[in-house]
Each structure stands twice: as C-alpha cells, then as structure tokens.
Design a protein around this ligand. Structure first.
Ligand code: ZN
Length: 231
C-alpha cells in the first residue's frame, strides 16, 4: 500500500485529544493506554487473528499517519467484502454469488470431495492444480480445548452432500496437526458405513502446521500420494 507520511501528530500517552463522551480507558492490558477513538481502533485491530497489542498499536498509528485516500481504500475494501462476499451454500467456500465459482463449474468432478478447514485451504490446494473435484469447507477443526465440537462445523452439510451416493471419494485435507488429525479421524468413522473411499493427504506436509504453509510442490505431492484412511 502506498503511504504518505504526515508529520506525526502528538497522540501518545499525555493525551489531550478531544475525548468523546463515554470514552473508556482500559487499564487491564498494561502498557500505554489511549483514550476514546484511538483506543477503540487499537482494540478492534487487536481482535484480529495474529495481531497482538503491540502490532495493533503500530497499525493504528500507521493508519493515523497515512494518506486519507489509502485509509478510504481500506475501509471501502472492508465494507465491500462484507456486502458482497458470502459463503457458498453448497461447500462453504467464500463466494460472490449463492454458489462459489468451483461449485458452479460444470467441468469439476462431482464424484470427489476434498474436505478442508478454511477457505484459505481451498486457495492453497487450487494452486497445486492437482485437484479437479469439489470442496467442502468445515469452518474449523474439532478442538475440545477451544470448545469446538462437531456440531460447530459444517459436518451436517457434508453428510447431506454425501447422501445421494454421487460422491465416491472423500479426501480429508484437514491440517496436519492435532485438531486436524482428530477431525479427519472423526469424519472417517462417521462416513465409514457409507462405503466411500476415504483418503488422507500423504505425509511430507509440515507436521503441526497449517495446510496453507506447505509449498505448492509439497502439497501437490501430498495430494498425489494420498493414502487410504482406515479407521
Ligand atoms: Zn462452493
């Protein structure tokens, strides 16, 4: 993003900015605490995944000093993504229509479904060009520690898709970590009575990591060498 640095305004701690009524000062988090709108921005940024309090503060002050046109583009992009993008009614991938581009594509193989945790995994697998079937996005993985159970994932929707018998292979491409493995095992057991071929991506993926961190070649190979999952 293009940024035009403005002379830094003196916002830090000895704050004299006009405080809006109802502003709050959060003393819980330690470190420098700002008042009102600046702190609201830092709090909101801090709720984003992977953004800690320090990064949130850095991004907030970057935005304060940024060219208004840059900030406008960012807010527009945020608004547009919430207005226009939704989740595919079939697979749960992000979509700009009722159904995503992949589900609408008649050339895709309707006999194979690749189950992933998040839409970003769809992107990672599409990059390998190894897979021509369709996807099912669970929206996460089973994690007792984080209180995520099977009912919190799009598993019921997956079972509905499998009900008519058109799908013959289910590829379980959940992340190669504890939660991903637990989810794959759970699903494999669940669909076992249906008699489909259930496969899991081959080893060689970075264990404990995220599918998206695997490079295209490794992920492509893992796809090609997928193995039958016997539970
Ligand atoms: Zn879809």
């Amino acid at each position: 993003m293009r940024t035009v640095r403005r002379p830094a305004k003196s916002l830090p701690d000895d704050t004299t900015e006009d405080g809006a009524p109802g502003e709050r000062v959060d003393e819980e988090k330690g470190g420098t605490v700002y008042e009102g709108v600046v702190q609201n921005l830092i709090d909101e940024l801090g709720r984003l995944p992977g953004v800690g309090p320090k990064s949130a503060q850095r991004i907030a002050f970057h935005l304060l000093a940024a060219d208004p046109a840059d900030v406008t583009r960012l807010t527009e992009a945020l608004r547009e993504v919430k207005d226009k993008v939704r989740f595919c009614s079939i697979c749960g991938n992000v979509a700009e229509a009722e159904q995503c581009r992949i589900c609408r594509d008649a050339r895709r193989d309707t006999h194979v479904i690749c189950v992933v945790e998040e839409p970003k995994d769809v992107v990672a697998i599409e990059k390998t060009r190894e897979f021509r079937g369709r996807y099912h996005v669970l929206g996460g993985a089973i994690s007792p520690i984080e209180g995520v159970g099977p009912d919190d994932l799009r598993i019921r929707e997956l079972m509905q898709r499998l009900a008519d018998g058109e799908v013959t292979e289910l590829i379980l491409a959940t992340d190669p970590n504890l939660e991903g493995e637990a989810t794959a095992t759970y699903l494999a057991r669940l669909v076992k009575p249906m008699g489909l071929t259930v496969t899991r991506l081959a080893s060689g993926l970075p264990v404990g990591g995220d599918l998206e961190y695997a490079d295209e070649v490794t992920l492509g190979r893992a796809f090609e060498g997928r193995r039958l999952l016997d539970v």
